[in-house]
Ligand binder design. Structure first.
Ligand code: PGA
Ligand code: ZN
Length: 446
């Protein structure tokens, strides 16, 4: 496939922050992609290039990334034949030449890589009878069947950096997995979301939503929600599940993204040398104390999955978390692995975590993302495809989830078009696949 034309522009993400959109053309085909952006980013993520010009978008504009596409990338990709995604992405990595894409910016490289996947899918899709081209193209690149609809992990209560309610944990998700089809699971999750709104309203709590479309009320008058506050949130979720007519713990479960690197203690008392300390529910706690809290929660609440329960550099803490809870709970590495095969390899060797969170822009190309996923699957780790808190109308991750048979997706709550766009794309894919569509339900969690 030959690319004839490449256009890049600055557009806005779901928080009104600039991001990069790309259009690639080949013959009569055109494909575009928009790159997302995180707030609770891992330190090891590929670099997101910002202009830091205080006169434009408070320093957040991305004109340099756009220029890098126009001046550095476009001349290298135009009018050349590329047969495979991996060859194309290798060229992008070579053009950048740094380990973390800091020369051109991951926000310049990734939209090109995603748009290439779409363009190639369209050019190869001779039948053009459904919208499955991208899903199938990714399945071919990954070597999978590309027929598995993911279990949705729906973040219906937001805290941490995605809200300002003083709740330390960033995401409280419901996991509707006791269903036969994706569409039934999604409907159940959406009904619980609406039920939660009614419950919050009745209790006089605000029903405004946070960055990922989940509710984000302040549940205590204090600046920082204190002891028991997280259990209170999970109890609210269970109330919503049961009063919506579903069974918590067989039809719908809970999942957490603690994003704990965000609540590391700033000035830890450091009682035992260089022990990592967390500031949680009003007190400083060691990793062991955090693990004890999680053990207690897992015995009380139907929690299937805990993401970033400990911080990105706390490998010792992670090891003991995995030893204690890894047999019964999915332990997902987000900031820990940053979708980077190198960090994931270290995790697999050390026996740390048992699941990989997959965010394309953490690593910066489709090929490297697939490589990390392949490594995860080979090691028996599950994979959770993920949006970022700053998203757009781009639905690439829905196709990625099905194309790779990943098994799980987290793409926010049941509100905000940036979130529901992905769920809607999954509904379309389920219908296009028809009788071939599979839904793993609880089997997606080993
Ligand atoms: P982010 O949050 O996109 O702000 O990093 C999502 C997550 O932590 O999973
Ligand atoms: Zn996370």
């Amino acid at each position: 496939m030959k690319i004839d034309k490449c256009i890049a522009r600055e557009v806005l993400d779901s928080r009104g922050v600039p991001t990069v959109e790309v259009e690639l053309y080949s013959g009569d085909q055109k494909a575009s992609a928009i790159v997302p952006s995180g707030a609770s980013t891992g330190e090891g993520e590929a670099l997101e290039l910002r202009d830091n010009d205080p006169k434009r978008y408070h320093g957040k504009s991305v004109l340099q990334a756009v220029k890098n596409i126009e001046v550095e990338i476009a001349p290298a990709i135009l009018n050349r034949d590329f047969v495979r995604q991996s060859i194309f992405d290798d060229l992008l990595c070579d053009l950048d030449g740094t380990p973390n894409k800091s020369k051109l910016g991951a926000n310049a490289i990734l939209p090109i890589s995603m748009a290439f996947a779409r363009l190639q899918a369209q050019c190869n899709d001779t039948t053009r009878i459904s919208g499955l081209a991208l899903t199938q193209n990714l399945a071919t690149s990954f070597g999978s069947a590309g027929i598995t609809l993911p279990v949705p992990l729906m973040n219906i209560f937001n805290g941490g950096k995605h809200a300002d309610n003083g709740i330390a944990i960033q995401e409280f998700m419901i996991v509707p997995c006791g269903f036969d089809r994706f569409s039934d699971a999604l409907r159940a999750g959406v009904e619980v979301f609406h039920q939660l709104k009614k419950i919050l309203h009745k209790r006089g709590l605000t029903t405004a939503v946070g960055d990922e479309g989940g509710f984000a009320p302040k549940i205590s008058d204090e600046e920082e929600a204190g002891p028991g506050s997280h259990e209170k949130v999970m109890t609210l979720l269970l109330d919503a599940i049961e009063s919506a007519g579903y069974k918590a713990g067989s039809q719908i479960y809970l999942a957490l993204d603690c994003a704990s690197s965000e609540f590391l203690a700033k000035n830890p008392p450091n009682p035992a040398g260089n022990t990592v300390m967390y500031h949680f529910e009003g007190s400083q706690r060691t990793a062991d104390e955090m693990i004890k809290i999680y053990e207690k929660w897992v015995s009380y609440f139907p929690i299937l999955s805990i993401e970033d329960g400990l911080a990105e550099h706390d490998w010792d803490g992670w090891k003991s978390l995995t030893t204690k809870l890894g047999k019964s709970v999915q332990l997902v590495g987000d900031d820990l692995f940053v979708t980077n095969p190198e960090f994931l390899k270290k995790g697999i060797e050390k026996g740390v975590a048992n699941s990989l969170l997959v965010k394309l822009n953490q690593i910066g190309t489709v090929t490297e993302t697939l490589e990390a996923m392949r490594m995860a699957h080979q090691a028996g780790y599950t994979t959770v495809i993920s949006h970022r808190s700053g998203e757009s109308e781009d639905t690439f991750i829905a196709d990625l989830a099905v194309g790779t048979d990943a098994g799980q997706i987290k793409t926010g709550s049941a509100s905000r078009t940036d979130r529901t766009a992905k769920y809607n794309q999954l509904l379309r894919i389920e219908q296009w696949l028809g009788g071939r569509a599979k839904f793993p339900g609880k089997k997606a969690f080993k």
